[in-house]
Ligand binder design. Sequence first.
Ligand code: ADP
Ligand code: MG
Length: 243
Amino acid sequence: MIRIEGLTKRFGANTVLDGIDLIIQDGERVVIIGPSGTGKSTLLRTLNYLDRPDAGRITVGDVSVDAAKASRSDILALRRVTSMVFQNYGLFANKTALENIMEALVTVQKRPRDEAEAQARSILAETGLVDKADSYPASLSGGQQQRVGIGRAMAIGAELMLFDEPTSALDPEWVGEVLGLMRSVAERRQTMLIVTHEMRFAREIADRVIFMEGGHIVEQGAPDAIFDTPQDPRLKKFLRSVS
Ligand code: ADP
Ligand code: MG
């Protein structure tokens, strides 16, 4: 189970996360929607400790971290149980697809190189990229790059996978293959926290949809409830703006 308590993040005078409380069950797929600038990326980034929270506690399975005063080993522990898929893929340009997937296995998980490579090759197979093992990101399509990004996050075997608008930088022709790979990840009952503007995909994949605005969770519920019978005026307005 994942438990987020009082998670708070400020950038100067701007309170971007204002005491977020959230429990996610094992295997649950949670989708976050909301206007831009509302703290969605910051929430994901603090969970992976790419941004340091100002207050709160993050618990993922056996790992429980006082977010404001996490030690280096706390941060590493958190990075072993969470993995992140970025909007702009976040691949190393000077590493091949295979090396990009191996990287986390070697650096975060401290796995021996030959073992990491075998695992990375099996993930390349799952992502449909066996023939791209030795290709560098610049020679891959956007869809292929993001599949490598998802493969890298899969490799960590994290309890919680975080996806920050994984299709929003893609040309429309590549969106389908990336959503398809996310569906196959979801089918394994992988716990997923996904920020997306793909409302149809959200409705299809989510066990729960969370609407965030202004650093708060404003409304949450089953996809049908959120999309068909929204309650809060801010959610109604947001849904009108994206439909
Ligand atoms: P969303 O993902 O919902 O669009 P973000 O989490 O990216 O929103 O940003 C929320 C707010 O935090 C915005 O006002 C943004 O300008 C601010 N912000 C995000 N990252 C930084 C940063 N590194 N430094 C200063 N302000 C930031
Ligand atoms: Mg964002």
